[in-house]
Design a protein around this ligand. Structure first.
Ligand code: SF4
Length: 355
């Protein structure tokens, strides 16, 4: 009998049962494996010591338990930790551990590279390579949970804000979110999950239809189409007059306040008029604005706005009744903008190959 080698992290409980049946095993064996994987954080079949040795050996041949290898890590003085993982095909992705007093968070990637081409972003610089599977997305979470457990810490939340546009990798992202909330798998409330999007309107609508309590974080970064067309090419396809109603619909359907992310870049989107236009745009909407001081990237010409400008921008929005915060700068000393660690790694590899 030929059994296709599968990644257990991609299987639903029903599929795991079917897979074990293919191996001639009863249903309770699949529950044992799932328990080892999801609750105990097993990394190998060998450690599943309540399974017969012969079954563990057959599982080793026919299945995997996630497929990430840690390549390197960088730890910031503020505790932010960036990890570069390699995938079976040699590609790499970044994952970031964000320490908070209320419990740690993980920032995960959903694609290798990105095709959205946002002007300020390092992730898209080497181009789009491929989508991650749902198992590769989940493996980042489980690896980080395992690291945190060894430190006596707990993973409390996650953000899909690493490299890639999660809604451009729709089927893997949805399968991942199903696994997150499944009581037999990660068993984490989707209230602790934030999904960041550049603004793929039809997919925002589809996510709203699912009615899951995921927090939607929309990369807005501009108060007008004129500026946003420049910063985010996706705006030409889904301009503000289409994007904002889609976000309102998401808030209505899920009861969740939408977060608008706004990276402040010097002389691009950070003056008083931009703040005033943004306040007008968002007035009366169920939302929150997250102002993000830009992390400068060597390959790009953009500079962060001054601290005074960031504070003035916040105060101008606040004065107009907009709910606004400034995101705490984390990991500024370790190339914290998404994509930078991976870009560096790719460049070093190219140099070693003499390209
Ligand atoms: S900001 Fe997000 S969507 Fe835009 S290029 Fe970077 S990873 Fe892609």
């Amino acid at each position: 009998m030929t059994v296709r080698k599968c990644d257990f992290l991609e299987l639903t409980p029903a599929e795991a049962k079917g897979f074990m049946a293919q191996l001639g095993e009863p249903a309770y064996r699949s529950k044992q494996v799932l328990n080892w994987l999801w609750q105990n954080g097993a990394q190998t079949f060998a450690e599943m010591n309540n399974l017969p040795l012969s079954l563990r050996e057959r599982l080793q041949v026919h299945a995997t338990l996630g497929k990430l290898e840690m390549v390197t890590t960088e730890m910031s003085a503020d505790g932010t930790e960036k990890i570069l993982f390699s995938l079976p095909d040699g590609q790499t992705v970044e994952t970031v551990i964000l320490p908070y007093n209320i419990g740690d968070s993980v920032c995960i990637s959903t694609q290798v590279g990105c095709r959205m081409g946002c002007l300020f972003c390092a992730s898209g610089l080497p181009g789009f390579v491929r989508n991650l599977t749902s198992g590769e997305i989940m493996a980042q979470v489980l690896q980080v949970r395992r690291i945190l457990r060894t430190r006596g810490r707990e993973l409390k939340s996650m953000v899909l804000m690493g490299s890639g546009e999660p809604l451009d990798n729709w089927s893997s992202t949805v399968a991942f979110l199903e696994a997150v909330q499944d009581p037999l798998r990660l068993a984490m409330s989707l209230r602790h999950v934030t999904l960041s999007t550049s603004g793929l309107v039809p997919r925002i609508a589809a996510l709203a239809e699912l009615g899951w309590p995921v927090t939607l974080a929309v990369s807005l970064h501009a108060p007008t189409n004129l500026v946003r067309d420049r910063v985010m090419p996706i705006n030409k396809k889904y301009p503000l007059e289409v994007l904002l109603p889609a976000c309102d619909n998401y808030a209505n359907k899920t009861g969740r306040r939408v977060t608008y992310e706004y990276i402040l870049i010097e002389n691009l989107n950070d003056d008083d008029q931009h703040a005033s236009e943004l306040a007008t745009l968002l007035s009366g909407r169920l939302c929150h604005v997250n102002l993000i001081p830009y992390n400068a990237i060597a390959e790009l010409p953009w500079k962060p706005s001054s601290q005074e400008k960031v504070r003035a921008f916040r105060d101008a929005l606040s004065a107009k009744g907009i709910n606004v915060t400034i995101r705490r700068r984390m990991g500024a000393d370790i190339r914290a903008a998404c994509g930078q660690l991976r870009n560096n790694h790719c460049r070093e590899n190219e140099e070693m190959r003499g390209e």
